[in-house]
Ligand binder design. Structure first.
Ligand SMILES: [Zn+2]
Length: 458
């Protein structure tokens, strides 16, 4: 029994796409297109040691709880060669903090720099591989053990499979992942058509729509969730809706990396279930789901008839129901049979007289600062904004040390990134010059001065 006088009670928010290892990489990247961002932030960035995996995840889980989020889908960058120890460290962080998590280790058996440029006529020399991916049989064997170990092991934890992106996996690996999903009854989570350059690269690789390819492999369905999905065409969205697949909208990354936004207005009319994600802090610089809610409810006023603008109440509902669908748990609701994942926040910031008014206010005006108490699975894990379970100061200190170490490594890699930057820029330029017949980016025209050279006068 909790004394909730003066407090609101809401279902815990759900972050349906994040990478916990990036919690210590906030602010690492300049504003760059996705292809260059990946090069800048991830090139030469080896896997973390298991105790760093723990620190980054615990630090992030505390940040999520403090801002009203009780469950996350962690598409985690782990060392596949050391998966048992790495997964143990990651899972222990969630259990210690008391947060619910679905964990999908990122896997790929093809190098990023080869797959990013498939089908492009790049004149720059191909750079050295960015990663040293493991082969498909090694990855599949490691994931088989991972799923066997963690399925049903802890009430708070759900293991999943997480290909990095379809184009970064061989067909052997994709088919093997589909087989694992069937055998273990598990779910799959991956990135899908986040940016325009990926449309050309996947069409060249698969000779058809990547969504049709995944459908044929049996990788679509209620067990599948796809991060971003900005550059799908109408037929591809219909295929995701028909198969019951879930789309995870990450509004912050869409503008941080200039990839654009999915056409949410269209998708709300009979489209696939939509969840909401903060994405990794390397691309979003924080894990506040109230920020994601606010941006998702505001950015889609930039196009279309105002009568079709999604309203904040609608964004709230889809974020909760879509998040539950992505994590495949009874989350996002306060009712008998749902998980007891509850957030209590001070009411003084919001008018409580009308439910719609209150929900709108939570979406566009709450920052997470009002969160007082958080309950996960019926247990109080945050009281008066403090963890009831872990030494927060110690985790913060370890995270700060790790942040500094990663920052120094990042600075030391600057020359490596500079060498590869022209290659990645060529991919972005070639894609930008290609007409797909639709766009997912806002094109704001600068007014031209009378100057016949077309320059803009200061
Ligand atoms: Zn991501």
């Amino acid at each position: 029994v909790l004394d909730a006088r003066g407090l609101l009670v809401m279902p815990g928010l759900i972050n349906a796409h994040t990478h916990s290892n990036q919690s210590v990489q906030r602010g690492a990247a300049p504003n760059l297109p996705l292809e260059l961002w990946i090069g800048c932030v991830l090139y030469g960035d080896g896997p973390m040691a298991a105790d760093d995996v723990y620190t980054a995840a615990a630090f992030q889980a505390l940040e999520l709880l403090r801002t009203g989020c009780t469950a996350a889908l962690d598409h985690a960058f782990l060392d596949v060669g050391d998966l048992p120890a790495q997964a143990e460290a990651l899972m222990q962080a969630y259990v210690d903090v008391g947060m619910r998590a679905a964990v999908a280790p990122v896997v790929q058996d093809l190098d990023y720099l080869t797959t990013v440029a498939t089908g492009y006529a790049i004149e720059t020399d191909a750079p050295e591989p960015m990663t040293s991916p493991r082969d498909a049989p090694t990855i599949l064997a490691a994931l088989d053990v991972f799923l066997t170990t963690w399925s049903g092991k802890h009430e708070l934890l759900t293991p999943m499979v997480g290909p990095a992106a379809p184009q970064r996996c061989s067909d052997e690996l994709l088919a093997g992942l589909a087989d694992l999903v069937r055998r273990h009854g598990s779910a799959m989570h991956t990135h899908l058509l986040e940016s325009k350059p990926q449309v050309l690269a996947t069409q060249s690789r698969f000779g058809r729509s990547v969504v049709a390819h995944l459908d044929e492999l049996g990788l679509l369905g209620a067990h599948a969730s796809f991060a971003h999905c900005n550059w799908l065409d109408e037929a591809e969205y219909r295929t995701l809706a028909r198969t019951g697949s879930v789309v995870v909208h990450n509004p912050i990354t869409g503008i941080r990396c200039g990839s654009g936004l999915l056409p949410l207005q269209d998708l709300l009319d009979g489209g696939p279930a939509i969840a909401l994600g903060a994405d990794g802090s390397g691309a979003s610089d924080g894990q506040n789901m109230f920020e994601a809610l606010k941006l998702a409810s505001l950015l889609h006023t930039l196009y279309g008839d105002h009568r079709r603008w999604p309203q904040p109440e609608r964004i709230w509902r889809i974020a909760l129901s879509g998040g539950a669908a992505a994590l495949r748990r009874p989350l996002g609701a306060i009712r008998a049979g749902a998980a007891a994942d509850l957030v209590l926040l001070r009411a003084d910031r919001h008018a409580v007289e009308d439910k719609d008014y209150l929900v709108r206010s939570l979406v566009v005006s709450e920052t997470g600062d009002s969160v007082e108490t958080v309950v996960v699975g019926g247990e109080i894990v945050l009281r008066e904004r403090g963890s009831t379970r872990v030494d927060e100061a110690a985790i913060r200190a370890a995270a700060h040390e790790l942040m500094g170490r990663r920052c120094r490594q990042h600075l030391a890699r600057r020359d490596v990134y500079s060498a590869v930057e022209p290659f990645l820029a060529s991919v972005v330029d070639e894609a930008a010059a290609t007409d797909l017949g639709f766009s997912r980016r806002a094109e704001i025209e600068l007014a031209r001065a009378a100057d016949p050279t077309g320059g803009v006068t200061a």
